[in-house]
Ligand binder design. Structure first.
Ligand code: MF3
Ligand code: CO
Length: 262
């Protein structure tokens, strides 16, 4: 079911989105060679709670199911995916090396409403990493902004993926096809799903009140993906580097508003 949010509901999502954006800024400041992914996750969880929110990934089982005691549930507040890991990497003792491509995904609930956002950093700052890694990261960021710009009232859902895919094709990157963006609101994942490529289907017209998480995932090499034995971590099969950016947006009469912004 696709729902449209009121101005008051969007205001609550703005609060959730701000917490997500603050966490991503905090992770960017804190990221340095030798820090572990669990340390970054702890910083994130602490900030979400200090800001009055609840981590939306912790205890997540899929759909709208949560149970922190279930061994299959997601057990952290962030997903941290390194190098050839695309999304859903689980924080742990692993130390991050200089030049690593580090994708950080964060979700927070505030007053019952969700914010979901991700950014990819290169450990050691913007000068670190290979030129190919930097281009991959910058292109994925630009594709996210292109997808958001396409999310205007009156446009079609497929215009978002068409804009995202165009950036990948122009620059010669692969696009993840098996994972998509999504509607968002009182659930983290709502309808519709938002592919990062053109489907050619003119299904849905975008209207004010629709809230979406737009989240392109690009890779340097082949588009084939696999899930690791931990049941979560999604990787490129050819082990090529991947990047992921995500914003939660609200479509307003004036155009898209990014909610995951400080
Ligand atoms: N934030 C991811 C998304 O954009 C979902 C994370 S899955 C979880 O859809 F298990 F970590 F919660
Ligand atoms: Co998302």
């Amino acid at each position: 079911m696709i729902t449209r949010k009121s101005r008051a509901e969007i205001a609550k999502m703005r609060s959730a989105g701000r917490i997500v954006a603050e966490v991503l800024a905090l992770v960017e400041e804190s990221l340095r060679p030798g820090i572990s992914t669990a340390e970054l996750d702890a910083l994130a969880e602490r900030h979400i709670r200090a800001a009055g929110g609840t981590p939306s990934f912790l205890g997540y089982l899929g759909g709208r199911k949560y149970d922190v005691t279930n061994p299959h549930a997601y057990k952290a507040s962030t997903c941290i995916s390194i190098d050839h890991e695309i999304v859903h990497g689980i924080p742990g003792d692993r130390e991050i090396k200089a030049g690593a491509v580090v994708s950080v995904d964060v979700g927070a609930i505030y007053d019952g409403w969700h914010g979901d956002g991700a950014r990819t950093f290169i450990c050691g700052g913007p000068e670190a990493g290979t030129a190919a890694a930097r281009q991959l990261v910058e292109s994925t960021r630009l594709a996210t902004m292109a997808g958001i710009a396409a999310a205007r009232p009156g446009a079609h859902l497929d215009d978002i993926g068409t804009a995202v895919e165009a950036v990948a094709r122009e620059r010669g990157f692969g696009v993840v096809r098996g994972y998509t963006g999504h509607g968002i609101g009182t659930d983290m994942h709502e309808d519709p799903s938002v592919p990062n490529y053109r489907t050619g289907r003119r299904t849905m017209k975008l209207e004010p009140g629709l809230c979406l998480a737009i989240e392109p995932m690009f890779m340097l090499g082949h588009e084939e993906t696999a899930v690791m034995p931990d049941g979560w971590t999604v990787v490129t099969v050819d082990r090529s580097l991947a990047a992921h950016f995500e914003h939660t947006i609200a479509i307003t009469a004036d155009g898209p508003e990014i909610l995951t912004r400080v």
